[in-house]
Ligand binder design. Structure first.
Ligand SMILES: Cc1ncc(COP(=O)(O)O)c(C=O)c1O
Length: 381
């Protein structure tokens, strides 16, 4: 914790307080969405840039959310247990309130899982390429990280048999799987998850369903109701509440109680709770905007194919696009007011990730790409 720095002649020069070694060694995780310091460096105003790098509902929240926010009293502490929200979620998900714990975004839920269930030196198996927070959280807890990685050659599909063998060989404390996966959009069927989890009751399976609402009715792993499986959900994506931060875990009451015990008090603020309730109450808005988004995504894919690109199939609202140099293309597009996710941090420097947006915004992306030389185009390069 405390380190004394010595000069060459051995005299103590200063004492400095250092964070834990895991924190000093952490490389952090790279995320999409605006980097405001970067925008400032480029002299760009966030309001003038269209963000295809964050995978949220581009139609924004229902107007019911705006009304609910106006009624919140900022002077009152929020409900520590998020009871009204958990009851509404329970109705919505055919679950019980004690199967749910709410968090300050799914990101906090992932943190709580690592904090509650991971001990220093234990192993974590991450199914990649995937969201960087699983590795960051595991590393901060002092865990040993092992990977199973899908390949472009296999269309980023997760091979059930090969994963089962990896689970068997590595005997991790936790398996992290994003389903559908960020950034590939690949899906692992519930039956496969059930077989893995049943074969290894001592292993906690964390299934991150942050993007499940954007699929065509993919069933949740929660329906399996397994004692060693936790589902992570975000309400910042389909309900467009990224700025407010809201997510939850869904699972057996015993595991949920462990997460609840690890929270900071009042972890979900009053605005987020009110917004979540209002968003859940307007199912028609959600269904309408998700249907519009699906149509917009399919038009965008057609536009990219017409330009000679070969977007990869994805079960959700975003997809990978093979390009020559993701970082360079991202920089070119940003200069034109369009932000995409360069996938180098996923180990995919020749891909960008694009989240479909509203039709008029997608047209701007296609237009910007048209003006940008990229030899990753397959046919008319
Ligand atoms: C797979 C995945 N899980 C969790 C999160 C965190 O979501 P939230 O905004 O709810 O914290 C993200 C955000 O990008 C994500 O991509």
């Amino acid at each position: 914790m405390e380190e004394r720095r010595r000069t060459d002649d051995g005299i103590v020069k200063e004492a400095i307080i250092l964070p834990r070694a895991e924190l000093r060694e952490s490389e952090g995780a790279v995320h999409g969405a605006f980097d405001y310091a970067e925008l400032a460096r480029f002299g760009l105003d966030a309001g003038a840039v269209i963000d295809f790098s964050a995978n949220s509902n581009p139609f924004g929240p229902t107007p019911a959310v705006t009304a609910a926010l106006a009624a919140v009293d900022p002077a009152c502490y929020p409900d520590r247990e998020c009871l009204a929200l958990r009851r509404a979620l329970a109705d919505h998900l055919c679950a019980a309130p004690d199967e749910i714990v709410a968090g300050n975004g799914a990101a906090e839920i992932l943190w709580l899982i690592a904090f509650a269930f991971l001990r220093r030196g234990e192993r974590v198996l991450i199914v990649g390429p995937t969201f960087g927070e699983y590795a960051r959280m595991a590393q901060l807890m002092g865990a040993e990280i092992v990977h199973w990685r899908a390949t472009a050659a296999d269309g980023f599909a997760v091979d059930a048999g090969s994963m089962a063998a990896r689970i068997d060989a590595t005997q991790p404390r936790i398996v992290f799987l994003c389903n559908p996966n960020n950034p590939t959009g690949a899906v692992v069927e519930a039956g496969v998850l059930a077989a893995w989890a049943a074969a290894s009751p001592q292993i906690l399976f964390v299934i991150d369903e942050a993007y499940i609402a954007f699929t065509d009715g993919m069933p949740s792993a929660h329906a399996l109701r397994l004692p060693n499986l936790l589902v992570v959900r975000s309400m910042t994506k389909e309900y467009a509440l990224a700025g407010l931060r809201l997510g939850y875990a869904l699972g057996p009451p015993a595991l949920i109680a462990g997460l609840a015990a690890a929270r900071v008090p009042w972890n979900v603020n009053a605005y987020a709770q009110a917004a979540g309730l209002a968003a859940l109450g307007d199912a028609a808005y959600l269904q309408r905007t998700l249907a519009q988004l699906r149509a917009a995504k399919s038009d965008l894919l057609a536009g990219l194919i017409a330009q000679g690109y070969a977007p990869l199939p994805s079960a959700t609202n975003f997809f990978l696009l093979p390009v020559e140099d993701g970082a360079r293309l991202r920089a070119h597009l940003l200069a034109q007011g369009v932000l995409v996710r360069d996938c180098a941090s996923f180990g995919l420097p020749h891909h960008i990730r694009i989240a479909a947006r509203r039709p008029e915004e997608n047209a701007k992306l296609l237009n910007a790409l048209e003006k940008t030389k990229d030899n990753g185009r397959k046919t008319n390069a």
